[in-house]
Design a binder for this molecule. Structure first.
Ligand code: ADP
Ligand code: MG
Length: 627
């Protein structure tokens, strides 16, 4: 018996959907792109439960005839290309004819559409690839599509969806891409009956400012170059606008968002000597190229695009950005043109004989009022800490009394009691150091390599990574602040303003209460702008608040299941890491002692909250083996 047969369309579509429709954001991307292809000038996106319950896109585009509307849900049905060669002259976002059939195979869809020239529109209802009904209807010109209960028939997929705030943020990222690529189109986004934002039509710069921040405007340097290979437009940021985290970096080609690691490198190279290591410039670069010289047909959801002549374009892009930076006087000109300069022999004086500027030297670290000479704030840190931990209120990790370690004393042996040698005759030839001199140089703790604290223990010795220890101590304090719902805030005299991308707003909003317990007072000014009115008292003033907040937003997004406790822990950890002493920090003995005591006051003192080893023990036996 033959065993091979064709799969029914509904099954084939569901398999294809696995590629095209991975999450609510992929549906949003496909629908928005269809509206753009239909020449809409106004697009409304309505969401419920981060798109899990409802994704609705209403456009004022060209609409569909009833027959086309039916056809649109067939596999490989498209109005955008007819033959293979059309692939190399693409003017549209879509061309595969896969999106709608994929979406209807895993959701319940209502579509209403009317063309300008038709009096009545068409209303289709399809669920799991099956047509439920088709009727004529009165509706506005354009297309209105509702996608409900995504993955209602694919529980495995539904289970892999992330928390609402993460899915919503992914959706808004897609909206950002389409909105940046099409600034002439108006957009609005509503989630759970709240309007998240409205973007009136405008030019590229206006769109960038609508989506990100008004303050970004002063930093944008325009680009504009056109040659045979391509047109380059858009903006790069002044070097001062570079960010440690969350830099805004966007490439578009023929109004399609793309990622291009190779072109990204060209831009980074232009900034190489202008910005601090580890920071990144913002850029919004719009390339226009002959469609026959690119290949967008790589993968339905991939955003990488292949270009002909990439190295040549790489150079043009780099030259363009360099020139723009130079025009704005951002690049120091050290490369003097010397071709016409008369040659003058340098004076033959040896360097040491040259007169030099008098120099004033002073110790900028010196502070006559400082008691602990090495680290500021240290005392207060542990005062806070002991206040926070002295209270015996039961807290999750402190409930189990047995797990409380007896303090450092049991682990670290005190200096072995020195037995005063009694009337032992001193043989001067053996040069035994005197008891007094031995005692005065003995240290309980020793700092090694500016990084490790070494102490003698009963069994041998212990080597503690000071930064990890500090992170863990801070984490314990911050996490308990969250559990107790009380944070210590220090009001700022001059609130710092911070702008974040629209896509990050829901994530930040969801963690504001936790941030409050950590000691931040952050107030929304609307439109993604926030005022930091208070910070944790022990946070250093120089901390880059934008970078810290972006780190926290990213950490939240990475918490796949949005479990509150996990997010709280992750936020406490981010703050602790930002605040932990750097490796290389010299510590006084008192500071080492306080740190070690504080560490061994915590039940979980073997590993950092993110699972890294804090201390290594070496037993006397292990030591002996080395000799
Ligand atoms: P593709 O976009 O690759 O052609 P889709 O499955 O996304 O494939 O859409 C199939 C067809 O349905 C499109 O080619 C287009 O003709 C039509 N269509 C989809 N969405 C819209 C819309 N919002 N307005 C008008 N026509 C649409
Ligand atoms: Mg499409």
């Amino acid at each position: 018996m033959d065993i091979i047969h064709l799969l029914p369309d509904s099954v084939a579509n569901q398999i294809a959907a696995g590629e095209v429709v991975q999450r609510p954001a992929s549906v949003v991307k496909e629908l928005l792109e269809n509206s753009i292809d239909a020449h809409a000038t106004d697009i409304q996106l309505v969401l419920r439960t981060a798109g899990k319950e409802l994704i609705q896109v209403i456009d004022d585009g060209q609409g569909m005839s009833p027959t086309d509307a039916r056809m649109a849900f067939e596999r490989h049905a498209t109005s955008k290309i007819t033959q293979a060669s059309d692939l190399f002259a693409l003017q549209t976002m879509g061309f595969r004819g896969e999106a709608l059939p994929s979406i209807v195979s895993v959701a319940e869809v209502d579509l209403r559409s009317r063309r300008q020239e038709d009096e009545t529109g068409v209303w289709l209802r399809i669920a799991g690839s099956r047509l439920q009904s088709q009727e004529a209807t009165m509706c506005a010109k354009g297309t209105n599509i509702e996608v409900r209960n995504l993955f209602f028939n694919v529980p495995a997929r539904r289970k892999f969806l992330k928390s609402d705030q993460t899915e919503l943020s992914n959706i808004l990222t897609e909206v950002q891409h389409v909105a940046l690529a099409n600034p002439g189109v108006g957009f609005s986004v509503t989630h759970n009956d709240t309007c998240l934002f409205q973007l009136p039509p405008g030019n590229r710069k206006q769109r960038i400012l609508q989506l990100f921040s008004k303050t970004l405007g002063q930093q944008l340097i325009p680009l504009g170059v056109e040659n045979d290979l391509m047109k380059i437009e858009g903006f790069v940021s002044q070097p001062e606008g570079a960010r440690k985290k969350g830099a805004l970096q966007y490439f578009f080609v023929n109004n399609r968002y793309m990622r291009h690691p190779y072109f990204h490198k060209a831009i980074m190279e232009c900034y190489q000597d202008l910005i601090a290591d580890g920071s990144q410039p913002n850029y919004f670069i719009y390339l226009t190229v002959d469609p026959s010289t690119i290949d967008v047909n790589i993968h339905p959801t991939k955003t990488e695009i292949k270009f002909e002549n990439e190295p040549a374009r790489w150079h043009i892009l780099m030259a363009t950005v360099r020139e723009a930076l130079g025009k704005y006087n951002a690049v120091p000109t050290i490369d003097f043109d010397q071709t016409d300069a008369p040659e003058i022999e340098p004076l033959g004086a040896p360097a040491s004989a040259l007169p030099s500027e008098p120099r004033v030297t002073f110790n900028s670290e010196y502070n006559p009022f400082r008691k602990t000479p090495i680290m500021e704030n240290w005392q207060s840190l542990y005062e806070d800490f002991s206040r926070a931990t002295d209270k015996p209120e039961a807290l999750p990790s402190r409930m189990n009394e047995e797990s409380l370690p007896s303090r450092m004393a049991t682990i670290l042996d005190d200096v072995p009691d020195y037995v005063e040698p009694q009337s032992v005759p001193v043989d001067p030839l053996q040069a035994v150091p005197s008891v007094e001199s031995h005692k005065s140089t003995f240290r309980k703790y020793l700092q090694v390599a500016g990084r490790y604290i070494v102490a003698s223990t009963r069994q041998g010795m212990i080597i503690i990574d000071q930064q990890r220890a500090h992170t863990t101590v801070l984490f314990d304090r911050y996490y308990h602040q969250i559990c107790r719902r009380q944070g210590v805030t220090q009001q700022e005299l001059f609130p710092e303003m911070i702008d974040i991308a629209k896509a990050d707003v829901p994530v930040l909003e969801s963690i504001l209460p936790t941030l409050k317990y950590l000691g931040f007072e952050i107030d929304s000014l609307g439109g993604g702008s926030y005022a930091v009115n208070g910070k944790p008292a022990s946070l250093e003033n120089s901390t880059d608040m934008h970078a810290l907040l972006m780190q926290m937003i990213e950490a939240t997004r990475e918490e796949t299941h949005g479990v509150r406790e996990q997010i709280d822990r992750s936020l406490a950890l981010q703050l602790s890491k930002a605040q932990a002493m750097p490796t290389g920090k010299l510590l006084s003995e008192e500071e080492m002692s306080q740190l070690v005591d504080a560490l061994y006051d915590i039940p979980e003192h073997t590993y950092t909250p993110d699972g890294r080893l804090i201390a290594v023990q070496l037993t006397a036996e292990e030591l002996a083996n080395r000799f």
